[in-house]
Design a protein around this ligand. Sequence first.
Ligand code: AP5
Length: 218
Amino acid sequence: MNLILLGPPGAGKGTQAKRIETSFGLIQLSTGDMLRAAIKRDEPLGREAKSLMDAGKLVPDSLMINLIASRMNQSDCAKGAILDGFPRTVPQAEALDVMLTSMGKKLDAVIVLEVDEPALIERVSGRFTCVQCGAGYHDHFSQPRQAGVCDSCGGTDFSRRPDDNAETMKTRLAAYRQQTAPIIPYYVEKGILQTVDGMAPMASVEQEIAAIISKYMK
Ligand code: AP5
């Protein structure tokens, strides 16, 4: 099964993709994580993307389409993928359809996480990650059990994203409203869009998404 987790920055796409990928044997494809890895490795893609990402603007469609096309062709995507952060524009959505058809695959579902804007800003401003294993935490909602020590790997070094601040969030939210939200009617028309209340506690959101996926993976 191939599905898209769609929603504004901070809606919980990454959180939920990580929770459900192991239960269903799907693989999370986060374009944001791929770009951040390319920046870390100082690759040409990372150099091109960095200033745009830091400013909260979208990276050009052509780069993103090539990135996801090469990733979806890899063998670990055979059982299916959870797309997190792609597509983000109508041209990306159209390119995804062409790409999947050429691979003999299809898009089964698009799940939109709906969250109010003040909550998005609070979520993103408080988010931090373990440098060693990438486990995600939040100052208020999801702290490590022992302060300063990662629950998953015991790491003690944490980082915050350069674009996770209230000022850059304004640009990221504007990009979502202007460039990404227009893909919602595109998927409504295809009859594959479902909405989930992303304001609910993480475990309830996970249950609701799992119930949707289960219908496709019987
Ligand atoms: P990307 O990395 O995709 O960022 P984003 O879409 O802005 O989404 P986030 O990762 O910020 O949020 P999320 O929805 O995953 O929320 P999370 O689960 O972490 O993209 C970054 C940049 O890369 C873009 O701005 C752009 O420049 C570029 N880019 C990427 N893809 C692109 C593309 N296709 N085209 C062009 N450019 C592209 O949760 C957030 C916080 O909230 C966490 O701390 C979490 O603990 C907490 N939380 C989650 N769920 C809940 C809940 N139910 N209740 C309470 N707290 C919760």
